[in-house]
Design a protein around this ligand. Structure first.
Ligand SMILES: [Zn+2]
Length: 440
């Protein structure tokens, strides 16, 4: 009798994957672990200490290579797929992001299907992203699975994660689940210092999750009953992890010793739209299964305080505010776009140049925050209702099997085949989906 279940984890060096790996090691009495890792120097070095770890096998390979993936998937009972090219790399190299994020996921699906009995015993959990929902600023900041997916303009990462999720839902695998992961708040606050800092509107509503809750939740899927599968979930830290971006920035800057953040940046350095993040109305569904809502926003702030390297804090303290302001200003892409009158960017991130020109200083800025908006209590829309929301129709409305492909037609007259499960999860016509972003 096979005593231990075999678990393949991809992305074990990532922020979620590394925590999932730690959690798996704690449960090594129950599970054999397989990791698929890139054979590069950094990964080899990071994982050298596990070389002789009992019950752990490392497959050095590439998600883009189907033979490598086959080797990793072979004999697995569970596949936990967190690996992906994420922003900012995904924005810089959209081709690579597509190959790894979509092609890699397709390779895993194929490898599972090649297991005995078409892999029907294999449980596959795919990690999707909150970025699939696109821009969800107030009053539309509360989100449920089933809301139409609408990646922000130019967000190639979201597009690849959406295509990969589509492949998972349409895979025909017996056991799949997709977890739409929110912003994973790593304790290293200095990682915030990227131009992406300014791509987020100040009134963005965010429901974060700590990396350890994300990793713990993922590993909890190993214990789930069959009914858990065949569904898409929103994954976050829960209502106690909600905040508004402006308040978050204020707190983070103060933890880093930067004092009042309003003296080192201005409101018109930030985009007015076209990012993502939201508060999840239905995150409790997943928590009901996994019990991963263990940390709050305050726990996260505590992690950040504990992590902040002393020498960096000291360096920040002795640096004049004017210099810090100048460094940050250089990162503020939206400010540059507005000044250079970059039409494409202005349209995407502000709407119109006048909207940017009207942004007041800090005192005049009004940001509605921390209002608890619950969506009305109702069942999520059925696939047929979804087709109506999209302005299209189902061409075989008498379907009975949510997992069997039937025909659909969009408002533009495109026809395609998809499962009702896919449409219920907020996916729609591939031809109309971005890129390009011309349908708005
Ligand atoms: Zn269409």
């Amino acid at each position: 009798m096979k005593s231990k279940k075999k678990v393949l984890l991809t992305g074990a060096s990532g922020s979620m994957g590394s925590e999932a790996f730690k959690e798996l090691l704690k449960r090594s009495d129950k599970y054999e672990i397989v990791l698929l890792l890139q054979p590069n120097r950094a990964e080899k070095k990071a994982f050298a200490r596990y070389k002789n770890q009992n019950g752990l096998k490392i497959v050095w390979g590439d998600l883009r290579n189907s033979a490598d993936v086959m080797k990793a998937v072979d004999g697995a009972d569970h596949v936990l797929h967190t690996a992906a090219i994420i922003p900012p790399a995904a924005d810089r190299y959209p081709g690579l992001a597509r190959e790894v994020n979509v092609g890699g996921t397709e390779n895993i699906i194929e490898a599972i299907k090649r297991q005995p009995d078409n892999g029907s015993h294999v449980r596959f959990v795919y990690i999707a992203s909150v970025a699939l929902y696109g821009d969800r600023l107030p009053p539309n900041h509360v989100v449920r699975v089933g809301d139409p997916l609408n990646p922000s303009v130019g967000d190639h990462y979201a597009v690849t994660k959406m295509a990969a999720e589509r492949a998972v839902i349409e895979s025909g695998l017996k056991h799949w689940a997709s977890l739409r992961q929110t912003y994973i708040a790593i304790p290293n606050s200095f990682a915030l210092f990227d131009s992406i800092l300014f791509h987020q509107p100040l009134n963005t509503h965010i429901e974060l999750i700590t990396p350890d809750d994300a990793g713990y939740g993922l590993v909890q899927t190993l214990e789930m009953p069959d009914e858990f599968y065949g569904k898409v979930y929103n994954m976050s830290g829960g209502p106690s992890c909600r905040m508004v971006y402006r308040d978050y920035l204020a707190r983070m800057m103060s933890i880093m010793g930067l004092g009042d953040f309003q003296t080192i940046m201005d409101p018109n350095w930030f985009a007015l739209k076209n990012f993502h993040c939201c508060w999840y109305d239905d995150g409790h569904v997943l928590d009901g299964y996994l019990g991963h809502w263990r940390h709050t926003l305050d726990d996260h702030y505590r992690q950040v305080e504990e992590f902040a390297p002393k020498h960096l804090k000291l360096a920040v303290k002795v640096t004049p505010a004017g210099i810090i302001r100048a460094v940050l200003k250089k990162m503020a892409d939206p400010l540059r776009w507005a000044r250079k009158k970059d039409r494409e960017k202005i349209e995407a991130f502000f709407g119109r140049l006048e909207a940017w020109e009207r942004i007041p200083g800090w005192p005049g800025l009004e940001i509605a925050s921390q209002t608890n908006n619950k969506l009305p209590e109702n069942e999520s829309s059925s696939a047929l209702e979804q087709a109506g929301i999209f302005g299209g129709e189902c061409l075989s409305p008498d379907f009975t099997d949510m997992g069997a492909k039937i025909r659909w037609k969009c408002a533009e007259g495109h026809e395609w085949q998809a499962t009702p499960s896919l449409i219920e999860a907020g996916h729609w016509c591939l031809e109309c989906a971005p890129p390009p972003w011309n349908s708005r």
